[in-house]
Structures are given as C-alpha cells and as structure tokens.
Design a binder for this molecule. Structure first.
Ligand code: SAH
Length: 250
C-alpha cells in the first residue's frame, strides 16, 4: 500500500513535526527573554526610585556610591518571600537571625570610606553579599568575611553567579581580619561590636578609613568613622544605628 500523503504537509510528516517543535521552542525562549527583560526594567525603575527618594535626598552625594546603588540588583540578595520588599526603605531578614541592611545605611557607609577605583577593601559580615557587591562596583578588590558558614556559602555562590570577579568570601571570625591580604585602604564592619577589634585597626592602611557600628548588642549603637593618620587613630560619631551583634567564634 502506498504511504499516506498529507495534503498540507508534503514529504515526511516527522520532519515537519520536528520543524514545528524547534520553531515553538524558539518562540518560547523569545517570550521568556522578553519577560525577563521587562522584569529587569521594572526592578531598575524601582532602584532609580530608591536612590532618588531614600538615598540622594537623605544627603548621600558621592556619584560612585549613587551609581553603585542604582546598578546592583538588590532583589537578587533577598529571600524570595521578600522580593516585593527588596527596594523598601528598611532592613530585611536573610535567615539565621541576620539582616540585609536598609539601603540608605549601605549607601551612607559606602560613601563614608571614600571608596576609590584602586582601593582594596575588607568587609566584616558578608550576610547576603549586598554590601560587598556595592563596594565591588566601585573598588578594585573586596575581601569579605562571614562567620555563619551557610550565609557565607550562599553569598559566595550568588556573587559568582552575578559575575563579580573581584570579591573573595572567607568563612571565619572577622575579629582577626584577613592578615594575608592586609593592609586595606578601608574596612567596613556590618555587625555591631562593643569595641573596635584591635586586629582590624592594625590592618588599616596609613590614611585609611574604617566604618563600624559600636555599642551594646540589641540596643542602638553609634556608627563610628575611624581614621588612621600619622599612626594616630581618630574617631568620629556619624549617626545612631541598629545592627545585629558582632559574634565571636566559640
Ligand atoms: N553586609 C550584609 C549585612 C550583614 S548582617 C549584607 O549586605 O547583607 C551582619 C552579618 O555579620 C551577619 O551575617 C553575621 O553573621 C555576620 N557576623 C557577625 N559577627 C561576625 C564576625 N565576628 N565575623 C564575621 N561575620 C560576622
């Protein structure tokens, strides 16, 4: 018996089925890409609004800091259940009792160390990796230390997936700093310490700046700007803040 002919599909039907499948696949991919692009555009608009209403109008003026705050996709650093709050003017939980700081505080701390493209910066308290990403948009190298292994591991993977090649994450007690990479042009501490850890002071370069919340845990602390000049340490109080406690490894 002669093979059945399809009036509308000349030749081999399986070939046409294949072609349709490929075309449908391409169309599907195009739709996904378009959806992702419109998602990115929506978040970019929210970021612009965040910078305008929460940061620039609150006194942060450093152009590099404002650019970094507008560039880093904060929504990629918060848990999925807080996606819709990613650009709100508040800290958000990131698990293990820790938080990603309020955008304004991240910007104010970044600006306070006067970050420059040639700088190497140490951060204590990686958390989500957001502050590290903001710094990495501006400076040459960021070394960041996290004491909770799960948070450090997730942040390391997240930062790698986002393409940051100038951030190194270490899982350790940040009290001791990172002697192998010292001295640093600047140090950013994002957990509240009762006093400034001496190893961090030692690892700060001459002329360098450190920003650190100092005070009793679970109370309001003072954000302190520390400068090392001519071997002397000077400190200045910037503003009251509330950070999670600086812990020590057992
Ligand atoms: N910078 C973070 C926010 C950090 S919350 C961000 O952008 O998301 C403070 C972080 O400091 C927490 O993750 C906490 O686990 C960490 N931490 C507390 N004490 C520490 C220590 N001694 N060494 C390193 N990390 C510490």
């Amino acid at each position: 018996m002669a093979p059945k002919q399809y009036a509308f599909l000349p030749g081999r039907p399986t070939l046409w089925v294949g072609i349709f499948t490929v075309l449908a696949g391409i169309l599907g991919c195009a739709l996904l890409v378009a959806a992702a692009a419109s998602d990115d555009a929506r978040y970019a608009a929210r970021r612009e609004a965040m910078v305008r209403s929460q940061i620039a109008t609150q006194g942060v003026t450093d152009p590099a800091t404002l650019r970094a705050m507008a560039a880093v996709q904060r929504h990629r650093f918060v848990p999925p259940s807080y996606l819709s709050n990613a650009y709100d003017n508040r800290p958000l939980p990131i698990g293990y009792g820790q938080t990603i700081s309020q955008p304004y505080i991240v910007a104010a701390m970044t600006e306070s160390i006067r970050p420059r493209p040639e700088h190497r910066v140490l951060e204590i308290g990686t958390g989500s990796g957001y502050q590290a990403a903001i710094l990495a948009e501006i400076v040459r190298n960021v070394y960041t230390i996290e004491i909770i292994p799960e948070l450090g591991g997730t942040a390391r993977e997240r930062l790698r997936n986002l393409g940051y090649k100038n951030i190194e994450v270490r899982i350790a007690d940040g009290y001791d700093g990172w002697p192998e990479q010292a001295p640093f042009d600047a140090i950013v501490v994002t957990a509240a310490a009762e006093y400034i850890p001496p190893p961090l002071l030692k690892q700060l370069k001459e002329g360098g700046r450190m920003i650190i919340p100092v005070g009793a845990p679970f109370f309001t602390q003072m954000l302190m700007l520390v400068e090392k000049k001519g071997g002397e340490i000077t400190t200045r109080q910037l503003m009251p803040v509330m950070f999670v406690p600086f812990r020590r490894s057992p």
